[in-house]
Design a binder for this molecule. Structure first.
Ligand code: NAP
Ligand code: MG
Length: 402
């Protein structure tokens, strides 16, 4: 069989620990036998990030901007223990944070569904994609404790230093307390909105967005207005043509509707709502090993990855020469997402078709009862006793179906 050709490369960002091991095997068993794989390779493993003073992360993000499509392996975000373990020059920042800053993107997390793996909310038969605004609000908040007798104000100064507005937040005459100020930027909200509208069009799923604008009449209302203005001006017709809807509602109403729904929606959340709800949604669908993630920037750059980390405990076992049963599905889907997007942008339908077939082969392996250990307790199909495979056996089982 002739291998499928690629026109342009995908930016390949290698990573750490067990996912670095899976990365190599996925390429060997599932991709390179069929695709004449073209990548621009960046080693984001912690050893090389330290060696390059983390410049490799910046170069990889710049390359992702140039080639539009990247695929990233999970990486260690160092803490004090890692600084010691790897004898690091310093406690390097999170690579994902660095890449997100450079690409200015929104993170979309989507579960991978397989028959037999029942979500904790059994009505969710279709995926719910969670889009989290990753800028501002309480994550860039200013806060302090106040004492009885204090008065706290919100003060806005103009460019010339004069006070434009001074609002009383609270008169603490009755006792001690706390106070907090948060902000956001119109430009960041607008780019969040465009990323969400583009993503919904891409996957042809309706978009829901919710805030608490009835209570927060200036702050949350601004989010609502920016989404509405951009939708009207740029996306209304495209949504109608694609047969999908944009709906705005209140956050508490959205939560109730999401739980009652059968899925099949993109749910855009403000930063804090997204932080909380993404863990709720991920857990409700079953396993971290089945959660994919893509960073989409408003100017059309895509970076695909698994939502989980480097699976350290399994890596230490692997290093001791023991067998592991690590779920590679989300990492496989990071590759298929990147290859399909590459094919779509380059006009190479064979590559898109290959990516879809690899996804089908992966899901049907699980559906036939062959899976990694993390999925065994979640799998319920009458007449099928699930079989636990080790990490490599699972990949080979997928390869045989592919
Ligand atoms: P983790 O690697 O996601 O693993 C946490 C636990 O979840 C594992 O020990 C394992 O449970 C289970 N798990 C996660 N993914 C799995 C998979 N594919 N197959 C089977 N089980 C899986 O999170 P962590 O332990 O908090 O972090 C480890 C390292 O990853 C850290 O250095 C962190 O900085 C990094 N990290 C990177 C990213 C990223 O690059 N996007 C994201 C998160 C964390 P059992 O041990 O019970 O089997
Ligand atoms: Mg969180």
């Amino acid at each position: 069989m002739a291998k499928i050709a690629m026109k342009n490369p995908v930016v390949e960002m290698d990573g750490d620990e067990m996912t670095r091991v899976l990365w190599q095997w996925i390429k060997e068993d599932l991709i390179c036998p069929y695709v004449d794989l073209k990548t621009e390779y960046y080693d984001l493993g912690l050893v090389n990030r330290d060696k390059t003073d983390d410049q490799v992360t910046v170069q990889a993000a710049e390359a992702n901007k140039k080639y539009k499509v990247g695929v990233k392996c999970a990486t260690i975000t160092p803490n004090a223990q890692r600084v010691e373990e790897y004898n690091l020059k310093q406690m390097w920042k999170s690579p994902n944070g660095t890449i997100r800053r450079i690409l200015d993107g929104t993170v979309f997390r989507a579960p991978i569904l397989a028959k037999g793996i029942t979500p904790y909310i059994p009505g969710w038969t279709k995926p719910i994609v969670l889009a989290r605004h990753a800028y501002g609000d309480v994550y860039a908040g200013v806060e302090t404790r106040t004492a009885q007798g204090d008065k706290a104000y919100l003060v806005v100064e103009g460019a010339d230093g004069s006070v434009k507005e001074k609002l009383l937040v609270q008169d603490f005459s009755k006792g001690d307390g706390i106070v907090q100020a948060v902000h956001n930027m119109d430009a960041s909200i607008a780019s969040f909105a465009r990323s969400c509208f583009n993503y919904a069009l891409d996957v042809k799923m309706p978009l829901w967005f919710a805030t608490k604008d009835t209570i927060s009449k200036k702050y949350d209302h601004r989010f609502k207005d920016i989404f509405a203005e951009i939708f009207e001006a740029e996306y209304k017709d495209k949504f109608a043509a694609a047969g999908i809807e944009y709906m705005y509602t209140l956050i508490d109403d959205a939560v109730a509707r999401v739980v009652r729904s059968s899925g099949g929606i993109v749910w855009a959340c403000k930063n804090y709502d997204g932080d909380v709800m993404s863990d709720m949604v991920a857990t409700a669908y079953g396993s971290l090993g089945l959660m994919s993630s893509v960073l989409v920037s408003p100017d059309g750059n895509y970076e695909f990855e698994a939502a989980h980390g480097t699976v350290t405990r399994h890596y230490y076992k692997h290093r001791r020469g023991e067998e592991t049963s690590t779920n590679s599905v989300a990492t496989i889907f990071a590759w298929t997402g990147a290859l399909a997007k590459r094919g779509e942008l380059d006009g190479t339908p064979e590559l898109v078709a290959f990516a879809k077939k690899l996804e089908q082969a992966t899901v049907s392996t699980i559906e036939a009862g062959e899976m990694t250990g993390d999925l065994i307790p979640l799998f319920h199909v009458e007449g099928i006793t699930p079989k636990k495979l080790n990490s490599r056996e699972f990949l080979r089982a997928v390869a045989s179906r592919l």
